[in-house]
Design a protein around this ligand. Sequence first.
Ligand code: AOS
Ligand code: ZN
Ligand code: ZN
Length: 386
Amino acid sequence: MTAPSAVKAALTSQSIETPSWAYGNSGTRFKVFAQEGVPRTPREKLDDAAQVHRYTGVAPTVALHIPWDRVDDYAALAGYAEDQGLRIGAINSNTFQDDDYRLGSVCHPDATVRRKALDHLLECVDIMDATGSRDLKLWFADGTNYPGQDDVRSRQDRLAEALDAVYARLGDDQRLLLEYKFFEPAFYSTDVPDWGTAYAHCLRLGPKAEVVVDTGHHAPGTNIEFIVAVLLREGKLGGFDFNSRFYADDDLMVGAADPFQLFRIMYEVVRGGGFTSDVAFMLDQCHNIEPKIQAIIRSVMNVQEATAKALLVDRDALGVAQAEGDVLGANAVLMDAFNTDVRPLLAEVREEQGLAPDPIAAFRASGWAERIRTERVGGQQAGWGA
Ligand code: AOS
Ligand code: ZN
Ligand code: ZN
């Protein structure tokens, strides 16, 4: 059994990255319901992210998305983040919202379009240099809608060529994180549809290329924790895009749809040493009908709760039961941890850090939501559905 002090120490060392696009009006392919007081600029997104960090103590970095967060001076933006007690996290590229990308970006049959997409990815690395970001997160919407539309093998060659060029441009301390998604927006074939394809490219590229597991990017019933275990074992798990899904890529709050799955994932992370390595715990969510800052705080808390339960698994007892072939005993050890109410433990951890035990209540009492509602008029709609 892990000592409570070790569990607490592990919990305070965890950091969860929040995405700039979750603070703005975004999400869903249908109606984006505008909320009052949403950020109008990247700086205002950072202001909101600072609130999340202030009340949770574990969300010090913010992922940016280019061009949704385009500014003239990225070093100045990083300086502003620092003034708010934050750092800029992963830079997310966008090769999916331009008319030129109808048939794909880096896999497009036309070399001119491929060049344009590659130039954007290289620009993202320039931005990383300015912000001090470690990770470039690549998600490609590339694929085809109809059998025969394009040659799937040639598309892999084009993808490899672009990834090689980006990889060659990375600095010593920078990483390329390749995300996969089984379908959407392409419906017949997707160029990076699964962890195997992402892994094959990352393996060929080298040690600075790793796979990102977006929890919403799998077919129903997929054993995501198995993928996590395998990638960690191979040293190729770069990080997570956490969110929840009921149907497709729903981008709902992590831990809302299936907290048990999140616990199983976090158990494999703890088991595989990923908790203490460079695995990035990022959120990739949109909040279309719920108050955004509170939803992000809730999401951070959900990750913390799953992590705490994973840390509480009695691994010695589990090992004994597994070695003895005690099927029910082993399962019970895992379920005991999952069924533990870890909220008092997390409240204690927060109080020991000088934080309020209930971050949502503290945020609600702070008056920040009311303040931005009156101060920010005309919030921008940038991002999904924009
Ligand atoms: C798209 O489905 C993905 O989950 C990406 O991670 C995407 O790049 C992100 O949502 C915004 O940049
Ligand atoms: Zn994602
Ligand atoms: Zn997604």
